[in-house]
Design a protein around this ligand. Structure first.
Ligand code: TYM
Length: 334
């Protein structure tokens, strides 16, 4: 590996990723590939914290790898692997669990939200989820983690755990920094712009999935909830719906928000929504085509997964051995 810093991030293969996942995270995975040594994981162990249909989870895991590549993550430049293929993630979680306090976990916003939305299955894994995430990051000497705003609290815990371990034993972990985009860190629901866009929303019109076709995308944008005003300008506090659409438009068309505001000055909401839908559909079309082509070649995708797991395994194993030694676990001579 070169002397570039390491970047790590992951997406859960639960359901179909939305344009929120793309704007907040995956599009930046692509942009940051040359600046850092990038490691991108498919966080399948995280998915088990809510009930999954096993066959769908397996399928979504392969599909997410195809999506990473279709979006532009280059297997020649970046490591891509499935979390459960590298046992060190679960192993480090155990050690970090012994240094994490329940109060740190049950105040996490995502834990509180998910405990409410999955009230019949509030399991220990759901609460422990941020410790597994910290292990993901800390195993790779990660300097930066590109994420959407909803994951910021988890990175803060990761930093706290790294600092705690380093001061209790000795310098072991790199303390990572989040990379949160200035615009698009929190893409909002199209049905209720005060809520985050989420792939698990019961209302399918609330999100645009990365696998939606052109007609569906345009229909969803036409229906997007905005406000009763008529002017198009950027003000996330008072014009959440319009500002969300401007952000999405800006990312997909490559035009700055300021220029987009000028472009739509004096235009009606109806036209604006269609233009946003068209920009998104146009941006997603080549990604969809490439993803579908990749999915026809399972052997190629499996090959990347295996190679990625081997590379990740080597780095993770080194960190884990160091951790085991420092905490006092005995290792026999071989
Ligand atoms: P997940 O799978 O929920 O989301 C993946 C990434 O997408 C971002 N994101 C959004 N960004 C903008 N607007 C939205 N509406 C939106 N919805 C989601 C998320 O912030 C995230 O960056 N726990 C993580 C996965 C994970 C991980 C990690 C991430 C596991 N281990 C280690 C970073 C480092 C999660 O559930 O993301």
């Amino acid at each position: 590996m070169s002397d570039k810093k390491t970047l790590f991030s992951a997406v859960q293969p639960s359901g179909i990723p939305t344009i929120g996942n793309y704007v907040g995270a995956i599009s930046n995975f692509v942009k940051l590939q040359d600046e850092y040594n990038c490691i991108y994981s498919i966080a399948d162990l995280h998915c088990l914290t809510v009930r999954q249909d096993p066959a769908s989870l397996r399928k979504a895991t392969q599909e997410l790898l195809a999506l990473y590549i279709a979006c532009g993550v280059d297997p020649e430049k970046s490591i891509m692997f499935v979390q459960s293929h590298v046992p060190a993630h679960a192993e480090l979680t155990w050690v970090l669990n012994t240094m994490t306090y329940p109060g740190e976990l049950n105040r996490m916003t995502q834990y509180k939200d998910k405990s409410r939305s999955h009230a019949d299955n509030v399991n220990i894994g759901l609460m422990d989820y941020p410790v597994l995430m910290a292990s993901d990051i800390l195993l790779y000497n990660t300097a930066v983690v590109p994420i959407g705003a909803d994951q910021k609290q988890h990175i803060e815990l990761t930093r706290d755990l790294a600092i705690r371990f380093n001061s209790r034993y000795s310098d072991t972990f790199v303390v990572p920094e989040p990379i949160i985009p200035k615009y698009g860190a929190r893409i909002m629901s199209l049905a209720d712009p005060t809520k985050k866009m989420s792939k698990s929303d019961e209302n399918v019109n609330a999100f645009v999935s990365m696998y939606d076709d052109t007609d569906t995308i345009i229909r969803k944008f036409k229906r997007a909830v905005t406000d009763s005003d008529t002017k198009i300008y950027f003000d996330p506090e008072n014009k959440a719906g319009i500002s969300n659409l401007l952000t999405i438009y800006s990312v997909f068309s490559g035009v700055s928000i300021e220029d987009a505001v000028k472009e739509f000055d004096g235009k009606g909401y109806g036209d604006f929504k269609i233009k946003v839908g068209e920009a998104v559909a146009e941006g997603l079309k080549p990604i969809s085509d490439k993803r579908l082509a990749l999915l026809k070649d399972k052997a190629y995708l499996d090959g990347i997964m295996v190679k990625g797991a081997e590379s990740a395994f080597r780095i993770a194993r080194k960190t884990l051995s160091k951790v085991y030694r420092k905490v006092g676990l005995y290792s026999p001579e071989r």
